[in-house]
Structures are given as structure tokens and as C-alpha cells.
Design a protein around this ligand. Structure first.
Ligand SMILES: Cc1ncc(COP(=O)(O)OP(=O)(O)O)c(N)n1
Ligand SMILES: Cc1nc(C(=O)O)sc1CCOP(=O)(O)O
Ligand SMILES: [Mg+2]
Length: 360
């Protein structure tokens, strides 16, 4: 990649060492990200882009730079930050490695300008490609997590909010919505941030009810909007393509509008009348049956669903359900969550078997 005629000054050993170290750093960071794209997300496209970037970096890593390495004399090998020793989630590991790659590319861009006339521009372009990769990966990862979530916990305010949510996460929950209609914004923001951190530790998503601004401020994974909230298409302009948007629907017309507006999933309900949403009339199981045949996007049956009527909702065609009281008010939220998930998986397996044997 580097050509003698593009070289500026004779390369100083220190410059070569800086370039060598940062080429290594960026290639290693990309390799770590690539492994997750390949084995964690099964995304050939994302893994391919990582590999392509690594190969471009390798082409710049010429013998002159590699031979300048002097590891025993490098004081930096002894320096580690405590955060490097601990990774509490895949998300944190990916964030740390993106940060490492982007920093290294910035160093290569700046010092590279002294080494080779083309190096600065080449690494600048690569750095922007890594930013794009980072947002594509995050969006892909969020959407995959949404697809694999069959149970959705919508929270209600309580003293031990974090404790109940954590208990449900321990039962295998992967999707949580922070719903709080009464607290001050400061409290809501603090709770949303804390829930976000908690959910990410369990590799779960955190969606904020109603408020696009709070979702952005808390760096949540998305927002849930009702018919009285901001239209989905307007929220998309504010949130960008990388965050999830859900929308409540009670009939086919609302479903179609949510889909046309670009919602990632819809709420289908209320299936049963519920004290959590006392003013809303039940849409009933008929709308669940309608969604089962007509919804082109993932949907969650919601409203009055508990462990006693779950079977009825699943028999009407639901493959995903959302609940407030059944989990938030449970004596043992972990066990209830496990029960919900086991029944959802049982029904999924039953449907897969029927499909295999050609039965409807
Ligand atoms: C998953 C899910 N579905 C529906 C709703 C209800 O949203 P909305 O109609 O905006 O009512 P509020 O929850 O804001 O009172 C939801 N929150 N989540
Ligand atoms: C928040 C909400 N939205 C609904 C809808 O149909 O849009 S029903 C609902 C409340 C669900 O609470 P519970 O599980 O306690 O019945
Ligand atoms: Mg709402």
C-alpha cells in the first residue's frame, strides 16, 4: 500500500513504532468485533466488512514498520486500565473495542500524514467506515434481540423496581419497557439509565414508553408509542434507523398505519380488560387472531395476560406476549418469567412440528 514515492520524510524509528503499534491495535480490535459478527450475530455482511478493513490495514503494515517494534523497551505494555480487566457484557466489550479501533485509526491518520502522503486520507476514510460499521452492528444486534424476544415486561412504578426487573432478567427475560406515567422527568431519566445499564448487563433491550427525548437521553434501545403519542415516522426522524420503535394498536387500521410509518413491532391489545389501562376497552382475542394472520412485523399481545389465560392467547395465534402485573406483582418474578418463556417456547415448537408435518 505504501509506495516510496508517496513517502514524505525518512521515517524516524519512533514514528514507525507508533504506526506499528496502532496498526496492531486496530487490527486486533477489528478481529474481536469480527468474531462477534460471525459467531454471535451470524452476519456475513458485517463480518465481511471487518475482514475487508483488516486486510486494508494489513496492506499498510509493511516490513519497515513491523521491524521497528521493540516490545521489551515499550513502557506501555505494563500499563492497563482496570476497565480493560473487566467486561460485564458483550455490548461493553464491543463498545470498548470500537473505541480502541477508532482511536488507533485516528492516531494512524495523524502520524501517517508524516510517513506517507496518502496515509492520512486513507485512515480517515477507514475511521468513517468503522463508525458506520458500529451503528450498523448496533442496529442489527438490537433487531436480532427483538426478534428472539417472546416475552416483554412492561414495568409499573414500585420501590423495588430494579430488584423486580433483575429477578425477571434472571428468569431469561430479554425485553423490558420502562413505563412510568407519574414520576418527574429527573426520576424517569435516572430510572431509565439504571434500567438500561441493568438490561444490557443481561444482554436484554430497554425500551422507554411514550418519550423519544428520554429514550435518547438514557441511550435506550428504543421507544414505545401509543396512538396519542408522537407518530412513528416523526419519531424515526429523531431516533434514526438504529433504534427500535414500537406502536400500540387495537385494530387493523392502526396496525397498517404503524407498519407504514416504519414501526419495528406492534402491541396488539388489550386482549382482556385490565386495571393497568382501565379506560381502554378490550380488543379481545379476535384481534389477536387477526394479527396472527395479517401482521407483517413482530407483535406482542398485551392486556390482562397472566399465567392462567396465557394458553388461550397462545392458542389464538400469539407467539409473543407483554405483561405488567403478572410479573411486576408476582411473588416470584423469576419463576413467573420462566413459566411464561417455557410456554412460549413449547407453543413455538408445537407450531414448528405441525408445519413440518403439513398440519395447520
Ligand atoms: C408493548 C406495549 N403495547 C402497548 C402499550 C400501550 O401504549 P399506549 O397506548 O401509549 O399507552 P401507555 O402505555 O402509554 O399508557 C405499551 N405501553 N406497550
Ligand atoms: C400498557 C398497556 N397497553 C395496553 C394496550 O392494549 O395497548 S394494555 C396495557 C396494560 C397491560 O397491563 P397488564 O399486563 O397488567 O394487564
Ligand atoms: Mg403511550
Amino acid at each position: 500500500m505504501t509506495d516510496k514515492q508517496n513517502r514524505t520524510l525518512p521515517a524516524q524509528p519512533a514514528l514507525c513504532r507508533i504506526l506499528d503499534a496502532n496498526l496492531d491495535r486496530s487490527r486486533e480490535g477489528l478481529r474481536i468485533i469480527e468474531e462477534w459478527c460471525r459467531f454471535g450475530l451470524n452476519s456475513a455482511d458485517l463480518a465481511g466488512e471487518c475482514k475487508q478493513l483488516r486486510q486494508e490495514l494489513a496492506a499498510w503494515h509493511v516490513a519497515e514498520l513491523r521491524s521497528a517494534r521493540d516490545t521489551p523497551a515499550d513502557p506501555g505494555t505494563e500499563l492497563t486500565h482496570p476497565q480493560e480487566e473487566q467486561r460485564s457484557s458483550i455490548q461493553q466489550l464491543l463498545e470498548a473495542n470500537f473505541c480502541r479501533v477508532e482511536e488507533a485509526l485516528r492516531v494512524l491518520e495523524e502520524y501517517g500524514k508524516i510517513y506517507d502522503r496518502n496515509m492520512g486520507a486513507a485512515f480517515k476514510q477507514m475511521r468513517y467506515r468503522v463508525y458506520t460499521l458500529e451503528s450498523d452492528l448496533l442496529a442489527y444486534r438490537r433487531y436480532q434481540q427483538l426478534l428472539r424476544s417472546q416475552l416483554y415486561l412492561v414495568t409499573s412504578p414500585r420501590d423495588n423496581l430494579m430488584g423486580v426487573v433483575e429477578a425477571a432478567l434472571q428468569g431469561g427475560l430479554t425485553l423490558v419497557q420502562y413505563r412510568d406515567k407519574s414520576s418527574d422527568d429527573g426520576v424517569k431519566l435516572a430510572n431509565a439509565r439504571q434500567l438500561c445499564e441493568l438490561c444490557h448487563r443481561y444482554d436484554a433491550l430497554l425500551i422507554v414508553n411514550d418519550r423519544v427525548d428520554l429514550a435518547i437521553a438514557a441511550d435506550a434501545d428504543g421507544v414505545h408509542l401509543g396512538q396519542q403519542d408522537l407518530p412513528v415516522a416523526e419519531a424515526r426522524k429523531l431516533l434514526g434507523p438504529g433504534r427500535i420503535i414500537g406502536c400500540s394498536t387495537t385494530n387493523g387500521e392502526e396496525m397498517q398505519r404503524a407498519v407504514d410509518g416504519g414501526a419495528d413491532y406492534i402491541g396488539v391489545g388489550p386482549v382482556y380488560s385490565t386495571p393497568t389501562k382501565p379506560d381502554r376497552q378490550a380488543a379481545g382475542l379476535d384481534y389477536v387472531r387477526y394479527a396472527a394472520t395479517k401482521s407483517p412485523i413482530p407483535w406482542f399481545a398485551i392486556g390482562g395476560i397472566d399465567i392462567n389465560n396465557l394458553d388461550e392467547v397462545l392458542n389464538a395465534g400469539a407467539q409473543r406476549v407483554a405483561a405488567v402485573r403478572a410479573i411486576m406483582e408476582a411473588e416470584q418474578p423469576t419463576l413467573v418469567t420462566q413459566f411464561f418463556i417455557s410456554q412460549l417456547i413449547r407453543m413455538q415448537n408445537l407450531k414448528a412440528q405441525k408445519a413440518l408435518h403439513g398440519k395447520s
